[in-house]
Ligand binder design. Structure first.
Ligand code: PLP
Length: 392
């Protein structure tokens, strides 16, 4: 028998076995599934970005290792210019920007960079699972920060016991939020920055969804907060911004000392990204326009939310992200409800328990719907739910 490292035992079992089995069965029976499960842009990357990749890939200089200290300077400078334009935040491209191979990679390696065995991470619950699993893989412990509706799905930092906060190394935040769709104000970021100063910990702000926002809303960066750069790094990604999930390109910005630690770890485990991708990403950041996709998400959001509301579901339209976070009927578990939606209506959603204990009582519906052109699959989903799944 080949024995594996014990740290892998800390990765929790796959929770969606029942849902995955129900999905396989529905597909095998030839059922027409409406997939609101996966959060992955269904529209292609805008064509001018692909053309830029093509151009860069023909330049042999991009075929070799990227030996720059923190990523292709063309990319780092584009990121710094964008932060100045978009958020009025000044970044020194050589020390305050770091190229990542997708923000998932950056988040996982951030845990490895700052967490020693026994250290504590303050992790929102529900949340994107990498914050928690990354901490566990590094041997650390998590202290969950419940995200509750009555608090706007923001953590109440004053409820963290001081003895826990004193031991904590990292505070993970993600606004606009996956899976709740919640957004944070600058006043909240101010409180978080004060908390980080008080307890001498590093904030890791995951801003992956800042450009998926609707109706004129512009999500802030934590780095706009006074004193933030002393205690925070922020991770951002081209994945959701320009429909580039498969390209694997992202950035970490903010506190230069923290980034140099992350870079020390990374430079020993990866060799950055294909420079042609870094260059096309720089082009995207400077010139890309993904407004048509955002308008499509907005249109789908309006169809889904209005449709569910007309059926008596207590849902609210998210201001940002492409997720609709939907309460289950009272007393029904998120897995049971997701299974009912799948088996009766052929509508696939993600049970909230998969994002943490405080995700129980919710399911996540994604507006990135494979096969949908202009909202017709969402209209169809609402019609099917009306016919087959009473909300009770
Ligand atoms: C909150 C959040 N952060 C980070 C990521 C990872 O994005 P990527 O690794 O594609 O940059 C995701 C992906 O779904 C996410 O939802």
């Amino acid at each position: 028998m080949i024995s594996r490292a014990k740290r892998l035992d800390r990765i929790p079992p796959y929770l969606f076995g029942e849902i995955a089995a129900a999905k396989r069965k529905a597909v095998a029976e030839g059922k027409d599934l409406i997939d609101l499960g996966i959060g992955d842009p269904d529209r292609p990357t805008p064509p001018d970005i692909i053309e830029e990749l093509n151009r860069a890939a023909h330049d042999p200089i991009t075929h070799r290792y990227d030996e720059s200290p923190a990523g292709d300077p063309i990319f780092l400078e584009a990121v710094a210019d964008w932060y100045r334009k978009r958020f009025e935040v000044d970044l020194e491209p050589n020390s305050e920007v770091l190229l990542l191979i997708g923000s998932k990679e950056g988040l996982a390696h951030t845990a490895w960079t700052f967490i020693d065995p026994g250290d504590i991470s303050l992790v929102p619950d529900p949340a994107y699972t990498v914050y928690k699993v990354g901490t566990w893989l590094a041997g650390g412990e998590i202290y969950p920060l419940p995200l509750k509706k009555e608090n706007g799905f923001l953590p109440v930092l004053d409820e963290v016991p001081p003895e826990v906060a004193n031991k904590a190394k990292l505070l993970w935040l993600n606004y606009p939020n996956n899976p709740t769709g919640a957004v944070a104000s600058q006043a909240f970021f101010q409180r978080a920055v004060e908390f980080a100063h008080r307890y001498n910990l590093l904030i890791v702000s995951d801003l992956a969804y800042s450009e998926c926002a609707y109706d004129g809303y512009r999500p802030p960066s934590i780095l706009q907060t006074e004193g933030a750069k002393e205690v925070a790094i922020e991770l951002h990604s081209l994945s959701k911004m320009f429909n580039m999930t498969g390209w694997r390109i992202a950035m970490a910005v903010g506190n230069g000392e923290a980034l140099s630690h992350l870079n020390k770890l990374k430079s020993n485990v990866d060799s950055k990204q294909f420079s042609a991708i870094s260059r096309a990403a720089a082009y995207a950041i400077r010139h890309g326009d993904n407004s048509e996709t955002i308008e499509l998400y907005r249109h789908r959001r309006n169809i889904l939310v209005a449709g569910l509301q007309s059926l008596g579901w207590p849902v609210e339209p998210p201001k940002a992200t492409f997720y609709v976070w939907t309460p289950t009927p009272s007393g029904e578990s998120s897995i049971a409800f997701a299974k009912r939606l799948l088996e009766r209506a052929g509508v696939l959603v993600i049970p909230g328990i998969g994002y943490g204990d405080y995700g129980e009582g919710y399911v996540r519906m994604s507006l990135t719907v494979p096969g949908d052109q202009n909202g017709e699959r969402l209209n169809e989903a609402v019609k099917r739910l009306e016919a087959t799944v009473p909300y009770r």
